[in-house]
Design a binder for this molecule. Structure first.
Ligand SMILES: [Ca+2]
Ligand SMILES: [Ca+2]
Length: 513
């Protein structure tokens, strides 16, 4: 275990070797809870005599079926017994490891006995599908065996829409036997979790060219570039979220490579698709031609003061709330000071909104390629209507740096890292800072709060585990061998985490002692 002071940071603006952004899930990534207070009570009871009442966002099934675990995206789990130490060399607490491509910006999700993660094609598993591609890989949860994959050739338009070697950056959504995600080509896919291994080609799509046991069984697909005219800037990354029969995806519509033109100002920022048919149900383009850069935030869903809302952070730096079923816009909030100037002080939003107790928590920031800078974190009263930039501002925290991370909220505290490498712990009611921890490296992912601990990875490949609560205490730090852009997720007593090129299942009492 190394201490933070021994690490060398990579936090100089523009100094990152990272190719391009992403927002993985990181974008992705986050939390939710508040589905039903009775469930919360049950989870607290299950938590038993613990002195820390951890209200988990996960529904208690043991799966982690989407970015954030639940539609409110609050990255908090009531799970117990996860490992707090592991060692890649001795294999201590390493249940299994699977090889991914060379860059993996998708965050793992777990459901149906499978683990799914987005990556690129540098770990080619089928010579018939060679070259640079985005890849969704499926592994068996119990032992990490590779089950099947879907690959996507890069768009002919190149880096303008589909940056080389970035792969699939969406974190999938698993519901029952279906999995939903966005490919590097801006296509929303619905696949059969079990592929062709169930002996059936499930429809409506049944004309797949590849139908072997390692190939994907397509249910439907929706091409956002063809169907709604989106022009994704550099990459498509949205992680779908579900409400009833609808799934919601942001389009990544943005500028072209000139960083001046918006080729498709009439394309929506967010769309709702019928999850059974893939048909477009509603779309919204409140952003119009005011996109600062791209649109890489991913939407959240929650019941706010009795109204089911989908909340979406968009390319003009505003966050918007919609009636989930109809797409009727309910409110909008500007995350930038009026006197800010893009790209120096005005930011886009890449992190995911977290919905918690009728409020929305969101930080702004910029594409990692833009380096460090000032950021803003807000608590927004989402029961208000109209332009709520003033009326809905519960609190504003301006000591955060640019952030592409998503908040985790538990026991009255909010945890969120920034791209400069600081993990902030705030009082969720007041927005007052409780403590800050310096990771000494850029942070792309988000914090997971589970079993009284906070887990966070960084660009140096370190995963730091801190004690949750008002007193800062570092419990452990482990290095994963390459940059960790993802967020650890819990499922069935194991922790799933990918670095740039490998997927790990970590579990107490696994591997060599
Ligand atoms: Ca099938
Ligand atoms: Ca099929």
């Amino acid at each position: 275990m190394q201490t933070g002071s021994q690490k060398t940071g990579t936090r100089k603006p523009g100094a990152t070797k990272l190719t391009k952004l992403t927002m993985r899930s990181l974008w992705s990534l986050c939390a939710l809870w508040f589905k039903s207070s009775s469930l919360a009570v049950a989870l607290i009871v299950i938590a038993g005599a613990s002195t820390v009442r951890l209200r988990g966002s996960d529904p208690g099934t043991g799966d982690w079926p989407m970015w954030g675990g639940t539609p409110d995206r609050n990255m908090v789990s009531a799970m117990k017994g996860l490992p707090t130490e592991w060692d890649l060399k001795t294999k201590k607490n390493i249940k299994w490891m699977a090889e991914l491509g060379s860059q993996s910006y998708g965050n793992p999700v777990v459901g149906g006995g499978m683990v799914f993660v987005g990556t690129n094609n540098e770990r080619m598993r089928d010579p018939k599908q060679g070259g640079d591609r985005g890849v969704l890989m499926a592994f068996r949860e119990s032992d990490g065996e590779f089950m099947w994959q879907q690959t996507h050739e890069k768009l002919a338009s190149g880096r303008a829409n589909d940056w080389p070697y970035q792969g699939v950056a969406s974190s999938p959504l698993i519901e029952g036997t279906h999995i939903y995600y966005t490919s590097n080509r801006g296509v929303v896919w619905c696949l059969d979790v079990n592929g062709f291994r169930d002996g059936k080609n499930d429809g409506p799509v049944t004309d797949e060219k590849l139908t072997g046991q390692f190939d994907a069984d397509v249910i439907w697909s929706f091409d956002m570039m063809e169907e709604v005219g989106s022009y994704p800037h550099n990459m498509s990354n949205s992680s779908p979220v579900v409400f009833g029969d609808l799934i919601y995806v942001s389009t990544s519509n943005g500028q072209d490579e000139s960083h001046v033109n918006i080729p498709s100002p009439k394309a929506p920022a967010i769309i709702a698709l019928n999850k059974n048919t893939g048909k477009l149900v509603w779309e919204d383009n409140s952003v119009e031609d005011r996109i600062l850069h791209g649109q890489w935030s991913t939407p959240s869903v929650g019941k706010i003061a009795g109204v089911d809302q989908v909340v979406s952070a968009q390319g003009d730096g505003w966050v918007r709330g919609y009636e989930a079923l109809t797409g009727k816009k309910l409110w909008e909030f500007d995350t930038n000071p009026k006197d800010s100037v893009w790209p120096k002080t005005r930011n886009e939003v890449i992190g995911t909104p977290v919905i918690y107790e009728d409020k929305v928590f969101i930080a702004n920031g910029q594409d990692p390629e833009h380096g460090e800078g000032v950021g803003h974190l807000y608590a927004i009263d989402a029961t208000r209507r109209g332009d709520i930039t003033q009326s809905g501002r519960v609190w504003h925290f301006d000591k955060i740096r640019r952030s592409i991370s998503t908040a985790a909220i538990a026991d009255g505290l909010l945890y969120i890292p920034d791209f400069s490498g600081f993990l902030h712990c705030l009082d969720v009611k007041t927005g007052q800072e409780v403590w800050t921890h310096d990771m000494f490296a850029a942070v792309w992912g988000s914090a997971l709060v589970v079993d009284g601990k906070v887990y966070l990875g960084d660009e140096d490949g370190d995963v730091t585990i801190l004690q949750a609560g008002r007193t800062k205490k570092v419990i452990a730090e482990m290095n994963m061998g390459s940059a960790v852009y993802a967020t650890p997720v819990p499922a069935h007593g194991a922790l799933f985490l990918n670095n740039r090129n490998q997927l790990f299942a970590l579990a107490a009492n696994a591997g060599t002692k």
